[in-house]
Design a protein around this ligand. Structure first.
Ligand code: PBE
Length: 313
C-alpha cells in the first residue's frame, strides 16, 4: 500500500477565500453606454486582445480539470500557439477578473458553471468548436468503500444529497459577498428545509459520529460541502472538512482516509481521476446536473469563439 501525506496538500488553497470578496465593485460604470459607440466594435475587432493580455489565459489551481483542458486547448487550437495558461488559485482568478471588468480590459479565464461570477458580471463562454472542454457535466458524490456498513446514516445522507445549480449559486453568491461558508450554508438550509428533509429521510440522528469530507477550495465545492456538513451536524455528526488539491482529494477517498466528497465533476473534468480511482471508491451518482467548464470572457470583448483569439507572433 502506498503512502502519501495528503493532509499536507490541504494548506495550499487556504488563502483563496479571503481574496474572493475583492474586486466586486459597483456595476455603474461597466460599459453600458452602447449608444453611438458603434465604431468601438470595429476598433475592438482590429485590436489584438492576445497581445494586451500577454497571451495568457488566467487559470486557477494547477491540477484542476479546467486548467488541464485549457492546456489541451492551447495545444489543439493553432491560433493559441504561443499562449500560456497561468495557474494560481480560484480566488486570485476571481480578483483578476473583477479588476479587468472594472477597467474594461480584456481577460480570458478558466471558468465554470455554477459560479457566482455570472451573477456579478456580464460574461460569456467562448465557443469551443473542437470540444476540448467537453459537454454538460454532472457533479457526483464519491464515498470510501465500507462507509455504508460503518456509518450507514452518513452514507444515506450523502447518497440522498442532490440540488440544483441555482441552489448552489445562492450559497456561492452569499460567500462571495462576505458571509462565512458555514453561515451561508445555514441560511440556505433554513430557507430550503423541504429539500434538506428529503436528504435526511430514513436516517437516524447520531451522537457525535465523526465524518471527514474532503474538497478542493473551489467556490462551488466550498458551497456544496459546507451545506452537506451543516446538515450532517444538525443530525449529530462531528464533521471535518479537509481542503486538498484535486488528485489528493480523489486519492484520500479511494484510500479510505476520508469518508467522502461531493466534488466529482464528470464525465470530462475529472475523468482521469475517476478512471484511476473508481475501483477503490463507491460512486453515489449525481448531486447536481447541468454543470459546465470552458474559457470565459467579459461580454464587452469582441470575440465569440476560442478560434477568434490570435496567435502570438
Ligand atoms: N472546477 C470546479 C473544477 C471542478 C469544480 C471546474 C474549477 C475543476 O476544474 O477541476
Amino acid at each position: 500500500m502506498y503512502m502519501f501525506n495528503w493532509k499536507r496538500f490541504g494548506m495550499v488553497a487556504g488563502l483563496s477565500l479571503t481574496l474572493v470578496a475583492a474586486g466586486c465593485g459597483s456595476s455603474e460604470d461597466e460599459g453600458t453606454e452602447s449608444n453611438g459607440d458603434s465604431n468601438g466594435d470595429e476598433a475592438a475587432s482590429e485590436m489584438n486582445y492576445g497581445e494586451e493580455m500577454g497571451y495568457e489565459i488566467t487559470g486557477i489551481e494547477a491540477g484542476a480539470g479546467v486548467v488541464s483542458s485549457a492546456e489541451a486547448a492551447v495545444e489543439e487550437y493553432e491560433n493559441l500557439s504561443g499562449w500560456e495558461v497561468s495557474t494560481s488559485s480560484s480566488g486570485a482568478m476571481a480578483t483578476a477578473l473583477g479588476e479587468a471588468v472594472e477597467n474594461e480590459e480584456p481577460i480570458v479565464v478558466t471558468g465554470w458553471t455554477p459560479h457566482w461570477k455570472f451573477a456579478k458580471y456580464d460574461l460569456k463562454y467562448l465557443e469551443d468548436p473542437k470540444e476540448v472542454f467537453g459537454g454538460e457535466e454532472q457533479i457526483k458524490t464519491m464515498v470510501r468503500q465500507g462507509l455504508k456498513d460503518e456509518k450507514p446514516n452518513a452514507y444515506k445522507i450523502l447518497d440522498q444529497f442532490n440540488w440544483e445549480a441555482s441552489d448552489m449559486e445562492e450559497v456561492m453568491l452569499e460567500v462571495s459577498d462576505g458571509a462565512s461558508p458555514e453561515e451561508a450554508a445555514q441560511n440556505w438550509i433554513s430557507n430550503n428545509q423541504d429539500k434538506v428533509d428529503a436528504w435526511t429521510e430514513g436516517t437516524e440522528e447520531v451522537d457525535g459520529t465523526e465524518v471527514e469530507l474532503v474538497l478542493v477550495n473551489w467556490d462551488s465545492e466550498i458551497a456544496s460541502t459546507n451545506v452537506v456538513a451543516e446538515v450532517m451536524k444538525e443530525q449529530g455528526f462531528e464533521v471535518t472538512i479537509t481542503p486538498l488539491d484535486n488528485g489528493p482529494m480523489w486519492e484520500s477517498v479511494a484510500a479510505g482516509e476520508a469518508d467522502g466528497m461531493v466534488a466529482a465533476w464528470l464525465p470530462g473534468t475529472h475523468g482521469d481521476q475517476y478512471e484511476q480511482n473508481k475501483d477503490k471508491l463507491e460512486d453515489l451518482g449525481a448531486n447536481l446536473e447541468g454543470a459546465k467548464i470552458g474559457l470565459v470572457v467579459p461580454e464587452y470583448m469582441d470575440v465569440d469563439s476560442i478560434e477568434d483569439l490570435e496567435a502570438a507572433e
